[in-house]
Design a binder for this molecule. Structure first.
Ligand SMILES: [Zn+2]
Length: 368
């Protein structure tokens, strides 16, 4: 065989091989959202649609409470063993009063409404006084807490058009008033840190940012994630007589050691796990230690009212099941593991801590 012939043979073999491998790669590509193979793992399963103990969901939203058929809502809650729902979207004034009226006509023991303050006109001389009076009036009308949405720090502007930080001094009287009235402040600040990062292959929330592009934040949007979180912690530190329930584990569910240090520093800080159960379900041993240590400071919260999704929460908290699915791939492309909390800790998380922090709950609805 002459050298020319050998070269062309090599070339032909190379082309054939490279085409084969190209075709294989191409055929092997599956879309990330599509790839969701059923697990072949055989392990004990404890799927439940009903919590082991009656529970209080401190983070829920019902957007039409004044005219809603609350009887229907209660029967949905009964199926889950949800004894009390806290509706954080109570607004204020007449709307709140009619929501409370509807609750009292249905079942005053089962539904709780939190007030929301209006930030419009903040910076004007009378704003603080008006806001404080509104909270007093709403509590008199039946509100049992104050909810602050993430708009504070994201979009709320004062009368001069400046972004209002979470720890703005003009709001201090509001936090103090809640302390005096004995109502908790449930506050949601910022969003997962990954929303400030580039939506690329290195970002755990890539799918969420691609499917919900409005959640993507950049430096030009205002405060950085670090600034917002710091502002929230300033607020907790400056108002030690006010109880704060920090929504979504304060976005530190992926760093429980640090969250524990915060809880050690601020005795008036409490946390709820709305929308972050997938973070706990991927670190069952660390989470169990955290729940055991901070069992008096953690409350049950879910956020979006999708009854079928509660099952994942119960399974993560109550069982020691392994490698089971979560319901939203854009929160978690990983599987869940149960933490297996003791009854003592479960009871605190499910209702005892909420009873301690939220005034006016009828304890007789719950076991000791
Ligand atoms: Zn919420």
């Amino acid at each position: 065989m002459n050298i020319f012939k050998m070269k062309s043979l090599y070339l032909a073999a190379f082309l054939l091989f490279s085409q084969c491998s190209f075709a294989q790669n191409d055929r092997g590509k599956i879309d990330f959202e599509t790839y969701n193979p059923p697990s072949s793992l055989v392990v004990p399963e404890h799927v439940t649609g009903r919590a082991k103990f009656p529970f209080i969901d401190v983070h829920n939203h019902q957007n039409n409470m004044p005219s809603q058929n609350l009887g229907n809502l209660l029967s949905e809650m009964d199926k889950l063993n949800m004894k009390i729902m806290v509706n954080l979207s109570g607004r204020s004034g007449d709307y709140l009063a009619s929501a409370v009226k509807n609750v009292r006509q249905t079942n005053a023991k089962r539904l709780i409404v939190f007030t929301n303050i209006s930030f419009s006109g903040i910076g004007e001389a009378s704003w603080t006084e008006t806001a404080v009076k509104q909270i007093e009036a709403d509590v008199k009308a039946g509100a049992q807490g104050l909810k602050i949405f993430k708009s504070l720090g994201f979009s709320v502007k004062d009368s001069k058009g400046n972004l209002v930080p979470v720890d703005d001094p003009r709001l201090e009287a509001v936090w103090e008033k809640c302390g005096q009235l004995g109502i908790p402040v449930l506050i949601h600040t910022a969003d997962p840190k990954q929303f400030w990062d580039e939506p690329n292959a290195q970002n755990e929330r890539w799918l969420e940012l691609i499917t919900q592009p409005g959640r993507n934040r950049s430096a030009s949007d205002g405060y950085s994630w670090e600034e917002l979180i710091k502002q929230q912690h300033n607020l907790i530190r400056k108002h030690p007589r006010t109880n704060f329930i920090i929504a979504h584990f304060g976005w530190f569910a992926n760093n429980l050691e640090y969250l524990g240090k915060l809880l050690d520093s601020y005795p008036n800080m409490n946390v709820e796990f709305g929308a972050i159960i997938a973070e706990l379900g991927r670190q069952p041993r660390m989470a169990k230690k955290f729940f055991d240590k901070y069992q008096d400071r953690i409350l049950f919260g879910k956020d979006s009212w999708v009854p079928s999704e509660y099952s994942t929460y119960f399974r993560v908290l109550e069982t020691e099941d392994e490698y089971f699915p979560y319901h939203k791939k854009y929160h978690a492309y990983w599987k869940m593991y149960g933490i297996g909390l003791s009854d003592q800790v479960l009871k605190k998380v499910y209702y005892k801590n909420a009873i301690r922090l939220i005034p006016g709950i009828d304890k007789s609805q719950f076991p000791d």
